[in-house]
Design a protein around this ligand. Structure first.
Ligand code: AFP
Length: 344
């Protein structure tokens, strides 16, 4: 998979390793490889990285800064809004609006899109989940920010319709995980890289170059509390992963954080499978296509993994609404194929 704005020189192309490079330099070098580049895309990605630094600074002080807890409101998808959620949402909008390269943004926290600039230079659209896993904030468990970047395809003011595009049209996608360290994972459709934040220098430094999802790992990640509501196929697969078969490394180990970014990050690096399938209570699944499923599927595919509903490729779905939900299965090719066998 490659996008028109893929970084030109990627690891594995004969260049020496760039581990230690700052995210800013990495993005800048990507632009240097594209003679036609105007610097807008580069600027936009750098603004997202700046927002990530600002959010991480708040997350790291959350227990001290009186920002834990809920605001008392519910968001566009009916979840209760945490104070930190709201802050991250506002930070991203403010930072994205500054340089007039982002025409509009759609956030999981807001019902409608937000037009940020009508300047001719505002040629990108950004979708984001400002703080994924917010119910984990108050108990000091990893949370994250997820984002995706699309090109705006016309000269007029951005509309909601501009966002209803399949994920395969993403120009870039990434996430930030606020875990034992803060890491920024990004792809423009070529290689997937991870940058770790060094708070002493205030920079993201390339730490995991050219991430590839292992083909298989004996780990599964699913909310087992929903087992009674699953389809017969998922129930049978679940019984199978727990069955005894030493040669197949079964039973698999269960790992479930309840923050998509954290469960996806582990699966990206170690392999295995993450699933939030459709069930009788949530026939369309729980997770959001635009803010969660698409960016993560874009990253998984770029890293050699899979993003599917179980029936169709996530990146091929044409959205019908900003806050649409989808069943989501992410993971290693072999693990996902195992589940799909039971689906059929
Ligand atoms: P919150 O942001 O409300 O904590 O939801 C997190 C999330 O959207 C996603 O990050 C998790 O993978 C998923 O929900 C967990 O859902 P369950 O609590 O139903 O397992």
């Amino acid at each position: 998979m490659s996008s028109p704005s893929s970084f030109q020189s990627e690891p594995g192309d004969g260049n020496p390793s760039r581990v230690g490079t700052t995210l800013e330099t990495y993005i800048f070098e990507g632009m240097l490889g594209r003679p036609e580049a105007r610097g807008y895309f580069t600027s936009l990605l750098n603004q997202i990285a700046l927002a990530a630094k600002m959010v991480t600074s708040r997350v790291r002080r959350a227990g001290l800064a009186n920002v834990l807890g809920t605001t008392g409101d519910t968001n566009a998808t009916g979840d209760s809004v945490q104070k930190l959620d709201q802050e991250a949402h506002e930070t991203l909008l403010r930072v994205l609006g500054r340089r007039h390269h982002c025409a509009a943004a759609a956030s999981e926290e807001e019902e409608s899109i937000r037009v940020l600039s009508t300047a001719a230079s505002a040629s990108y659209l950004v979708v984001f989940d400002p703080l994924d896993g917010s119910s984990n904030i108050d108990v000091n468990i990893s949370i994250g920010t997820i984002f995706g970047v699309y090109r705006k395809m016309h000269d007029g003011v951005a509309t909601e319709q501009d966002f209803l595009r399949p994920g395969r049209e993403l120009q870039a996608a990434g996430y930030v995980i606020y875990g034992s360290s803060t890491q920024f994972v990004i792809t423009t459709g070529g290689a997937v890289h991870c940058f770790t934040y060094d708070p002493t220098v205030g920079e993201f430094l390339l730490s995991h170059e050219n991430i590839r999802v292992p083909e298989h790992h004996p780990t599964y990640s699913i909310n087992e509390g929903n087992a009674g509501r699953w389809t017969e196929g998922v129930k049978k697969w679940n019984a199978w992963v727990k069955g005894e078969a030493k040669a197949e490394k079964r039973p698999y180990s269960l790992r479930y954080v309840g923050t998509l970014v954290a469960d996806a990050h582990r699966t990206l690096l170690r392999g295995g499978i993450f699933a939030y399938p459709a069930d009788v209570k949530a026939p369309n699944g729980k997770l959001r296509l635009l803010y969660e499923a698409n960016p993560l599927s874009f990253i998984f595919e770029a890293a050699g993994g899979v993003g599917t509903t179980g029936k169709e490729r996530i990146l091929d779905i044409v959205p019908t609404g900003l806050h649409q939900r989808v069943p989501l299965i992410l993971g290693s090719t072999k693990n996902v194929a195992e589940l799909q066998k039971f689906h059929e």
